[in-house]
Structures are given as C-alpha cells and as structure tokens.
Design a protein around this ligand. Sequence first.
Ligand SMILES: NC(=O)c1ccc[n+]([C@@H]2O[C@H](COP(=O)([O-])OP(=O)(O)OC[C@H]3O[C@@H](n4cnc5c(N)ncnc54)[C@H](OP(=O)(O)O)[C@@H]3O)[C@@H](O)[C@H]2O)c1
Length: 340
Amino acid sequence: MSTRTSETMKAIQVYTEGDPEVLVYEDVPRPTAGPGEVLIRVYAAGVNPADWRARAGFPDVPEKFRHAIPPIPRPSIPGFDVSGIVEAVGPGVTEFREGDAVYGMVRFPHGGKSYAEYTRAPVTDLARKPVTLDHLQAAAVPMAALTAWQMLYLDLEASQTVLINGAAGGVGHFAVQLAKLKGARVIGVASGRHAAFLRELGVDQFIDYTVTPIEQVIHDIDVVFDTVGGENNRLLSILKRGGRFVPINIGNYSTEHAALAGITIGTSHHQALQSSSVQLAEIGKLIDTGQVHVVIDTVVPLAEARKAHERGEAGHIHGKIVLRVVEEGRCSRPPAYPLA
Ligand SMILES: NC(=O)c1ccc[n+]([C@@H]2O[C@H](COP(=O)([O-])OP(=O)(O)OC[C@H]3O[C@@H](n4cnc5c(N)ncnc54)[C@H](OP(=O)(O)O)[C@@H]3O)[C@@H](O)[C@H]2O)c1
C-alpha cells in the first residue's frame, strides 16, 4: 500500500549493494531546498556507469584504490544527472526562479539523488536547460559531456590527432564531437556495430577493436582519450614523444614507461571531474546552435530503473541511457534497446 502524501515522493532507493534488483521504487520524504539550492521537479534523470558501479559496490575497483571511493550512505537515492523545472528556491538564490528549466550534474561524487520525483541541488551544479532539447535529452548530457569537456576538449589543439577509445558510449560520443569542433583529427575506436554512427558524428578514421588491434595500425599520435581502461598499457605505445594519455577509467598502464617516453598522463586543467554551471552553459550553447548532438540509447520509466542498469551493464552502449520521470515530449531517436 502506498504511503504517499504531499510531503512524500516516489524515488529509487538502494538499501544494500548488489544486482539491479536492489533498486527499490518507493515513497520517501520529499526534500526541501537549503541555502544556495533549488528544489527541482525532476522530469528526467541521466544514467551513468558511476550509478551502476556504486550500486554494485564498485567491484571493479582494485583494493589499492578503494580508499578513494566516497562512502555511500544506505539507504540512498542514486543518480547525478538531472533535467527538470525549478519548483522552489532556497535562501540566497538569485540565479534561478520558480518555473525555470534547468539541467546539471548534482553533488558529484558525493550523491546527487536524481532518481526521484524531486531533488535539491546547489545552483553551482546547474545551468539553464538547452532550449532545443526535451528533458530526456537534456538529462543525458551533464556527466558525459562535462567529462569530455574537462578531460579532453580543454587541452586539445586543432593541429592534433586524438584517438578516442570507447567512442560510441556516453562520454565517447560527446568527446568525438567536441574534438571535431576543436578542429582535431579524430580516430574513433568501438565495436563494428557503431561504425556508421561514428562516421555520422564525424570521425576521420574508425577502428573496430574486435577486428583490428589498435597498435597495429596507429602510431605517433598526439592524444589518447581512453574511456575503456583495463589492459591499456599498449595504448601508450601509439603516442608520439610528448603526447598525452588521458585515462578516465581504471586501467593497467606503466607510469614509468610513460615518463621514459615523455608522455603526460591526464589533463592540465582538471584532476577530477566536477560540476560547472559555466561549462554546462557553454555546452548548452553548442547544443542549441546544432554543433553538438545528444544521442539516446534507451529510455526507461523511473519505476523500472532496474532495466536501465541491466542495459548499462550489458554493454555496447550507443549514446546515453535516461530515466523518464515525467511524461513529456519525445526523443529524437527511438531506443536502440527493446524495453520488454
Ligand atoms: N573519471 C571520471 O570522472 C569519469 C567520468 C565519466 C565516466 N567515467 C568512466 O568512463 C567509462 C565510460 O563511461 P561512459 O559513460 O562513456 O560508458 P558507456 O556509455 O557504457 O560507454 C562505454 C563504451 O565503450 C565501448 N567499449 C567497450 N569495450 C571496448 C573496448 N575494448 N574498446 C573500445 N570500446 C569499447 C562500448 O561499446 P562497444 O564495445 O560496442 O564499442 C560503449 O560504447 C565508465 O567506466 C565510467 O565509469 C569516468
């Protein structure tokens, strides 16, 4: 029986780490906006690997790195990416008013709580929603686009060649478009099913990693942007002396080898991903002027968040997964994954 009142809302909660079944749809207290925050009526919540990895207790993170994982209180509401309408403003807020459409990545990495009908967010984590996007599309943008912006776009130069590993995924598809906007030459690596999609996004060269080992065909490039991780030491060997290797996932590469080869690891701008209302506004402008496109892999209703995580963990993502919280508008692209 529902215990819903005007002070409660529907949300997904996680009581214990585990498989997607631990995502429970239930009534929880509705939050209120504190100082410097707004209360958002959530229309859509973006789904990221960070969400399903946190739900599962980050089983892929080796022991030596586990101290860096922020503690997750239980029960907790997952989700960082949100698009919605400002329902109320907290004390001291002048940036937004009730009724404004906003999008953002909320409280990363400490818990944004966007898998819910309402969420509260610091205004510094938000920007106005791009007007050309519906909420489903806007919720797909923040974490993936901010990662591509902070970890690749800011350092990249027009004269450079960049290899983007994992080019068809959430981060990768923004990275490809932003690198092309910078004027760089872009090599996209993905499984063959994404070849046409990535050529449409503008890659100059496509490599199907299931057929061709990257290091057999690529040498002496300027930048490797690796969203895949794992055994990525071999990616150092395709960089020229003075090149840059940007891993955003956990991988095995030798910092000693990189130093000997004169390779810089990481970015010069951001040590770790952070939200930025300024960058979200700039990304929004590129979207509204048709220079960056958002691609949706799958849309799932909030109540069925479990299916979104199952889709994510099945792999081979083509763009982004989004939770629909309020029915409105339609996606520009039909889901690539059947919603049972
Ligand atoms: N450090 C940070 O702050 C930060 C921020 C955002 C994301 N991340 C991490 O970055 C990773 C990627 O995020 P995402 O949102 O882009 O994930 P995603 O949407 O799941 O996309 C991953 C993509 O990688 C491709 N892929 C898988 N194995 C591959 C391989 N061996 N070679 C090339 N491509 C491969 C997949 O499709 P195909 O196999 O079909 O090509 C898929 O398109 C996640 O682990 C996430 O946690 C880190």
